[in-house]
Design a protein around this ligand. Structure first.
Ligand SMILES: C[S@@+](CC[C@H](N)C(=O)[O-])C[C@H]1O[C@@H](n2cnc3c(N)ncnc32)[C@H](O)[C@@H]1O
Length: 205
């Protein structure tokens, strides 16, 4: 009798995804627990929030979000790479993992009954923004802004060493052109490489 192969560990899955699709992943290792905790901290600590993660990867941030929710609310994790989406789904069966493009966030939400603007309480992104064409960045951020409306929150991260580069500066400008409030948090040194997070609220009307 043959038994099922053991589940692959997250680092092995991540490395094989990087080798397969380097232009999609944009990181050399998954986010650290410290960065994951910083990102997950925007998730409301009470109530039944709707939370969306963009670019779940191997689930490095998903675990922190799930722990903060503690079974409350609804949690959708969107991941474009099928292998990674399957990995996150088997590692975190309670999360609703959607194998889709973040650029289709509006459809993903509408298909699940959350098409109303302002339905989402928190969007947490691990997307490699500088690898995503500017037009697609604008599309995704537009859907995020519609999703969170005037009451929700959006967070994402950027590597400190790259903050001065053109792509990173343009992305920050995009955030500031869409949201009334764009806060930069202090550096998370315990991440490879060190990172800051952006916390954005209230799309401009
Ligand atoms: C840098 S990894 C981050 C993974 C994880 N969130 C972390 O912080 O370790 C970026 C992830 O975004 C996914 N991704 C890239 N473009 C995407 C898109 N347009 N829609 C959904 N996921 C995307 C990649 O497949 C990859 O898993």
């Amino acid at each position: 009798m043959t038994s099922a192969p053991p589940p692959r560990n997250s680092l092995a899955v991540f490395v094989s995804a990087v080798l397969r699709q380097p232009s999609l992943i944009g990181a050399v290792v998954p986010s650290s627990p410290a960065l994951a905790a910083r990102l997950a901290s925007v998730v409301p600590g009470q109530g039944e929030p709707l939370v969306v993660e963009l670019g779940a990867g191997t689930g490095a941030v998903s675990g922190a979000i799930e722990a903060r929710l503690g079974g409350r609310g609804r949690y959708l994790a969107i991941e474009l790479e099928q292998d990674l989406a399957q990995h996150v789904q088997s590692a975190y069966p309670a999360i609703e993992v959607v194998n889709a493009n973040a650029a289709d966030l509006d459809k993903v939400l509408a298909d699940r009954g959350h098409g109303e603007p302002g339905s989402v309480d928190a969007v947490v992104s691990g997307l490699p923004w500088v690898l995503i064409p500017e037009q697609v960045q604008r599309q995704i951020i537009g859907h995020v802004a519609d999703g969170i409306g005037q009451t929700g929150v959006f967070t994402t991260f950027a590597y400190v060493h790259a903050l001065g580069m053109v792509g990173a500066r343009k992305f920050r400008y995009l955030l500031e052109s869409v949201f009334d409030e764009v806060l930069l948090t202090r550096v998370v040194w315990r991440n490879v490489p060190p990172a800051i997070t952006y916390v954005c609220r209230r799309p401009k009307t």
